[in-house]
Write a protein that binds this ligand. Structure first.
Ligand SMILES: CCCCCCCCCCCCC[C@H](O)CC(=O)SCCNC(=O)CCNC(=O)[C@H](O)C(C)(C)COP(=O)(O)OP(=O)(O)OC[C@H]1O[C@@H](n2cnc3c(N)ncnc32)[C@H](O)[C@@H]1OP(=O)(O)O
Length: 684
């Protein structure tokens, strides 16, 4: 946990040895305290050096310990003792010095950092604050503005008995703190930890160290057991768990070797295709981009080049344009390692592309589809290599969004899945393996969520009221603003293809039940008016111009809703924000439970990660499944039963069997749901 050595007969070298990141677990703290005592008591020792094993100084407190009762020697007195010691202590920093690791460096009298070392205080991302003196020493060392910034970002510095310094304090401290508070509230709506950090730094500026450290500890106590801290710490581990896929065959992330991908091809240079080309090229993969017409190819090429150049400028590197090739011929793909099809969302068209690829590409080429919900196995079935077919579902814009759903068909081989997952990682994506069903995980869950939003419109709510409730909950965008951004025509086309709407529907009197269940025709009526969202300057909101982003409530939508309600004799009622949140989010989580039952997602963490990274679910709420567990499964069940009784023609509101089962088992913690899911037929 900590190795003690005497070097050159006079220097005590204390090495933290707690792989993989030398976190300050109780055992490490214990060993450090012992080693420090030995060093201070040994007259031969004139100086102490603290470092970390395996090129990593220290990743901070052991986050796993936060979930249980706090044990072992507390960190603050240990660090205070190091700082107060008579012998000089040097932090030798390689790799990371994060959180408590950085706070450890702050108490050392000298720091030597490798130029690649990463120092920072990421505590706010876990819903807490740097409570081992970080908020008190850092302002004393580097001043309030820089410390405030560092507490939410990261900056390199060195340290020397910092608690003895007075904090350099700007004359307009209150004004400065006010500005930072406003910024934090805007960026992280409803998130407590950054605001607590500001209060702690205020204490550093206005109080002596002994009082400031007390204030820091009080603020930490408020955050430590908060739901937000639990949610953010859950997200930290969920993100790391999500990449660990397993198949029923026993093949899994750590026993399946991915292939190395040097070259790839993208078919289709629409919005998705262009983003995928950029994502691949900027990590050094040669890309052949294919379009069906010369004009589309030229437009796509110019856009990709522009995107890559802007991206390279931002990152201060040169654009990797030499890796790109643009062509109209599929014949050019015969030697590539992997193809990603990103053509229009039309099964017949995609099948033709896959048949063609089977003929053209060498037998070992992996064939991937970027479909957002079509049957991956049906595509595999038209090829000569179904085991080499997998879904790679990117999110728009593909070069920005972090999420990648890797859709495993029943015939996808473990090597194929491993390769898609590893390629996702290489592109900097958070990749989650999911099973094959309509909409996979993310889009399958979106349907009940969006249905509830439109049913609420029928019943008396407005788009802006629903969006505000969701944004106050923490979503970056409410459902209607998000739909305007994505384009309303996409969903309209899907509804037409699935036979839910079309020329047979009476436009004056569209039925409110279709395929045996409640159906809200308002989205179709909005599209029939050519209102496709931001791109047409009109959608659920109005915008200054086509492509505008400033959404304003539109009186025409208000009229449409009023006319609609009077046509169907619906008496509008006042709908509370609570009902909006419950109906939208409990319907969302309910579908998540069904997805778990069906074996389409392996664990609740995977669903939550998909919603955090693909759909803007607020991180401090943990994701839809974690949120349901925080509300209490019993309460979620009771509310779903209540709403289903009121709306029996909405099957998505009927509580799922898994939710009922978990409640019957005493609502176990989300991390243990897996043990209760006896999937008959895992799709993963
Ligand atoms: C009434 C109540 C009163 C309450 C008062 C309580 C007072 C308590 C006093 C506390 C004192 C506060 C001390 C301090 O201020 C708090 C902290 O230090 S919080 C921790 C801050 N550190 C971080 O957030 C760093 C998190 N880690 C990372 O960012 C990355 O892991 C990394 C270090 C940059 C390395 O990245 P990678 O190389 O990509 O590796 P992975 O991310 O995949 O991680 C590998 C492996 O390690 C696990 N892990 C990483 N960091 C930690 C950690 N700090 N604790 C525990 N485990 C960690 C990670 O989960 C991976 O595990 P695996 O998935 O492989 O099992």
């Amino acid at each position: 946990m900590a190795r003690y050595e005497l070097v050159k007969r006079s220097v005590a070298l204390i090495t933290l040895t707690n792989p993989p990141v030398n976190a300050l677990s109780s055992a490490v703290r214990h060993a450090m305290a012992k080693s420090m005592e030995q060093a201070l008591n040994d007259p031969k020792v004139t100086a102490v050096v603290i470092c970390g094993e395996n090129g990593r100084f220290c990743g901070g407190a052991d986050i796993r310990e936060f979930a249980g009762p706090l044990r072992g020697p507390p960190l603050v007195p240990l660090l205070d003792a190091i700082e107060a010691g008579e012998k000089p202590v040097v932090a030798a920093i390689e790799g990371v010095a994060l959180g408590g690791g950085f706070e450890l460096a702050l108490v050392c009298h000298y720091c030597i950092a490798h130029f690649k070392a990463r120092l920072g205080l990421p505590e706010v991302t876990l819903g807490i604050l740097p409570a081992a003196g970080g908020t008190q020493r850092l302002p004393r060392l580097i001043g309030i503005p820089a410390a405030l910034e560092l507490i939410t970002t990261a900056k390199p510095l060195s340290s020397r008995r910092v608690s003895m310094l007075t904090t350099p304090c700007p004359p307009d401290l209150d004004a400065l703190l006010e500005v930072v508070t406003m910024e934090v509230k805007k960026k992280a709506r409803g998130v407590m930890a950054p605001l607590a950090c500001i209060q702690a730094v205020r204490a550093a500026a206005t109080m002596p160290y002994s009082k400031g450290i007390k204030r820091e500890s009080e603020l930490m106590a408020t955050l430590f057991n908060s739901g937000q801290a639990r949610a953010l710490q859950y997200c930290f581990f969920a993100q790391r768990t999500a990449g660990k896929w397993t198949l029923p065959s026993g093949a899994q992330w750590n026993n399946s070797k991915p292939r190395e991908i040097r070259s790839a091809a993208i078919i289709g240079l629409g919005t998705m295709g262009r983003g995928i080309v950029v994502s691949l090229a900027r990590v050094g993969i040669s890309v052949i981009a294919v379009e069906s017409e010369k004009k589309l190819l030229e437009t796509g090429k110019q856009m990709v080049i522009g995107m890559l150049e802007r991206d390279a400028k931002r990152r201060g590197v040169s654009a990797s344009l030499n890796l790109l090739k643009f062509t109209l011929s599929l014949q050019d793909l015969k030697d590539v390692d992997l193809v990603i099809e990103a053509v229009f969302e039309d099964m017949a068209l995609k099948k033709r592309v896959f048949q063609e690829l089977s003929k053209v590409c060498r037998p070992a080429t992996l064939l991937c589809t970027n479909t957002s919900g079509l049957d991956v196995d049906a595509l595999a079935g038209v090829t000569d290599r179904p085991h080499l077919v997998v879904g790679m579902h990117f999110f728009s814009p593909a070069h920005v969004m972090k999420l990648l759903e890797v859709v495993c068909g029943p015939r996808s081989s473990s090597e194929t899945i491993a390769t898609a997952m590893s390629l996702g990682k290489r592109m900097g994506k958070v990749s989650v393996a999911v099973g094959n069903c309509p909409g996979f995980v993310g889009n399958r869950m979106l349907k009940p969520y969006m249905d509830q939003a439109t049913f609420l419109l029928e019943e008396g709510a407005t788009p802006e009221q629903i969006d505000k409730a969701l944004e106050d909950f923490g979503f970056a965008m409410g459902v209607f603003r998000m739909s305007d951004l994505a384009g309303l025509d996409v969903g309209w086309r899907i509804r037409k293809e699935s036979g839910l709407t079309g020329p047979d529907v009476d436009p004056k009197n569209p039925p409110r039940r279709r395929h045996g269940r409640r159906y809200c025709p308002i989205p179709d009526m909005v599209c029939e008016q050519g209102r496709f969202g931001q791109k047409t300057g009109r959608g659920w909101y109005m915008y200054d111009k086509p492509g505008g982003t400033n959404a304003k409530p539109d009186p025409l939508i208000q009229n449409l809703l009023e006319m609609y309600r009077s046509r169907y004799a619906i008496q509008p009622r006042n709908i509370s924000d609570q009902e909006i949140i419950e109906r939208c989010l409990f319907a969302l989580a309910n579908e998540g439970f069904r997805i778990l039952e069906d074996g389409i997602a392996a664990r609740p963490e995977d669903i939550d990660v998909i919603y955090l990274f693909g759909y803007g679910f607020p991180r401090h709420r943990g994701g839809p499944m974690f949120y349901a567990s925080m509300v209490g499964l019993e309460r979620v069940l009771e509310r779903l039963e209540h709403y289903h009784q009121a709306h029996p023609d909405v099957p998505h509101l009927e509580p799922s069997p898994l939710l009922k089962k978990l409640v019957a088992c005493g609502s176990p913690s989300v991390q243990t749901w897996r043990e209760h899911i006896k999937t008959m037929h895992s799709h993963l």
